[in-house]
Design a binder for this molecule. Structure first.
Ligand code: SOE
Length: 394
């Protein structure tokens, strides 16, 4: 089963993490996802102390807009009396910023990928483990209540043994040839783009729900827009306006996977599929039944049977304990991505207070994801089935 433990036991109650004081947090990065972290932190009852953006001037502007301090640099963040640092910067800064925050005794929430190389991600996960601090990665789709319901039903044996696992994660925000941003620059985004960004979510979620571990894979990737404007535009805006530069990172990836027990799986990952906005979809086919989840329609799941199929609704009054815990609104009052993020951040803060929330994605899960990304890149280079490293977890 995937690791769900919070590193360190018991969680430290240092001067930075008093049990009752309101947590103080700093946000690194002021793009789309920095804003999502900020909202989730506020809703979880934290005080956002400040923000560090791409330049001191931008920090001051965002700080003024958020009503918080705008930090001049990372050293000022680390010297501040904050309990938690949220790392929401471009990918290449994740590992150095998170490592510095852990060294300064801060708990960390770090966006994936943990590093732009496997070595960086492994080192960061090891540092987090040794620190005893709480270090989490927003694999937030784990926080859809019906994802927990399916996971519980897998645990009860409802679906039998797995015949095959399959699905896709499709977006279209890189469809336009003029779409760009820092992710297109491998120095800032890393050597994998679509797979590291969203294929990572699909693999995390399918392993989390089904309980399998993928052991090896074979992948092919494609670049459908060979030149894009140089980085500088905003993600999802289609606006960039720089000179054209060659693209070296994938727009799509097709991956066949196998578990150690030989269960076959496949996924299609794309950011150039017109009309698909954020469609993470999977089907788990077992010897007794099947299960389908669609991230864009997360209020129901489909349960396939040999004779009768059923549709299950999210409902705080029904189902497994975790489904009930995470269903914070009544049935029919739609929960979605924002609530997933809020529940993830709330669970991270609960872990900092010494609780042990189930299914909290940690740096160990981030390192696991980096191993899969690494195997995809190696498979593409070598054109063959490639084992996924077990890392320190084996
Ligand atoms: C952009 O592709 C993005 O924001 C990802 O970075 C997130 O991880 C995903 O949840 C939604 O899409």
């Amino acid at each position: 089963m995937p690791s769900t433990d919070v590193p360190g036991s018991p969680a430290p109650q240092t001067q930075h993490t008093p049990a009752r004081r309101r947590l103080r947090v700093a946000i690194l990065g002021a793009g789309m996802i920095g804003e999502v972290h900020r909202r989730a932190a506020l809703l979880a009852g934290a005080e956002v102390a400040g923000v560090l953006a791409s330049t001191p001037q931008r920090s001051a502007e965002v700080g003024a807009a958020w009503g918080v301090h705008g930090y001049a640099d990372l050293a000022e963040v680390l010297a501040d009396d904050v309990d938690v640092v949220h790392v929401c910067t471009p990918n290449a800064q994740h590992a150095p910023a998170a490592a510095a925050a852990l060294s300064a005794g801060k708990h960390v929430v770090c966006e994936k990928p943990l590093g732009i190389s496997l070595a960086e991600a492994e080192a960061l996960a090891a540092q987090a483990e040794a620190s005893g601090l709480v270090a989490t990665v927003p694999f937030v789709y784990r926080y859809h209540p019906l994802v927990r319901e399916l996971r519980a039903r897998v645990g009860y044996g409802e679906f039998g043994t797995w015949n095959l696992l399959h699905g896709s994660y499709l977006q279209d925000w890189m469809l336009a040839p003029e779409a760009s941003g820092w992710r297109v620059d491998p120095a800032a985004g890393g050597p994998s783009r679509a797979f590291a960004d969203i294929g990572s979510h699909w693999c995390d979620l399918v392993e989390f729900v089904s309980g399998v571990r993928f052991a090896d894979l074979v992948a092919t990737v494609s670049i459908v827009v060979p030149e894009r404007p140089a980085a500088g535009g905003k993600a999802f805006s289609g606006d960039s306006g720089g000179e054209l530069v060659p693209v070296s990172t994938e727009d799509s990836a097709l991956v066949l996977l196998r578990t150690g027990d030989g269960v076959p799986a496949s996924t299609v990952i794309s950011q150039v599929s017109a009309g698909r906005k954020n469609r993470l979809w999977f089907e788990l086919d077992g010897s007794r039944g099947s299960a389908v989840f669609d991230q864009e329609n997360p209020e129901t799941v489909w349960l396939g049977g040999p004779e009768v199929d059923r549709v299950l609704h999210r409902d705080p009054g029904a189902g497994s304990p975790e489904q009930r815990r995470l269903a914070t609104l009544p049935a029919g009052h739609a929960q979605g991505y924002a609530q997933c993020f809020e529940l993830f951040v709330a669970d991270t803060y609960a872990a900092i207070r010494g609780e042990r929330p189930d299914g909290l994605p940690t740096f160990a899960d981030g390192a696991r994801s980096a191993r899969i990304v690494d195997a995809v890149l190696r498979s593409v280079d070598e054109g063959t089935w490639t084992p996924i490293s077990n890392g320190a977890e084996s």
